[in-house]
Design a protein around this ligand. Structure first.
Ligand code: NI
Length: 172
């Protein structure tokens, strides 16, 4: 396991669409080692999530975990979840969104309000290759949408509509 450098906004690797992971590649030491690095790097940076492209790996893998997080003291807790090749299904009217305050380890010291779907279904494979399928709501749903966006080369900044909501952590 290693703490890896987190790429910062402006690095074009954050803007690429990541590739799906072949099921037979999940057990490989390289894939499992990458997952360990994502977890360790996320925890070291007190992130609520981290996606493979943020450490320079262009594959569809991300981790989400919210415990007692000093960056996000208001977030509901989420146990460590590894998503491989995740898909998101919107369970309400597509037009129904709420404003989620987001930050990102690839965007230093800036937060903003992002319209997110409040009710989603997530399907993916876990790190053992087993299918996972669950529903997420509210702020937790926003966290999953943020991480899956990274796999498509999107940052939360792209989705901020009200730019007056942008704020440093101190001002937030
Ligand atoms: Ni992010």
């Amino acid at each position: 396991m290693a703490i890896r450098e987190i790429l910062q906004v402006g690095d074009t690797r954050l803007r690429e669409v990541s590739k799906s992971v072949a099921e037979e590649a999940i057990d490989l030491a390289a894939t499992q080692g990458l997952i360990d690095d994502i977890i360790e790097t996320m925890r070291h940076a007190n992130g609520a999530g981290l996606a493979a492209p943020q450490i320079g790996a262009r594959v569809r893998i991300c981790a989400i975990e919210v415990g007692d997080n000093p960056r996000y003291p208001y977030k509901p807790k989420i146990p460590l979840t590894i998503l491989i090749n995740p898909t998101i299904e919107i369970l309400e009217d597509e037009a129904l969104v709420f404003q989620n305050f987001e930050g990102c380890l690839s965007v230093p010291d800036l937060r903003g309000q992002v319209p997110r779907h409040p009710h989603i279904r997530i399907t993916a494979l876990d790190r053992s290759g087993a299918k996972i399928d669950f529903v997420a709501k509210g702020i937790t749903a926003g966290t999953f949408q943020h991480e899956v966006d990274h796999l498509d080369g999107k940052l939360f900044l792209d989705r901020v509509v009200d730019t007056t909501s942008l704020s440093t952590w101190d001002n937030f």
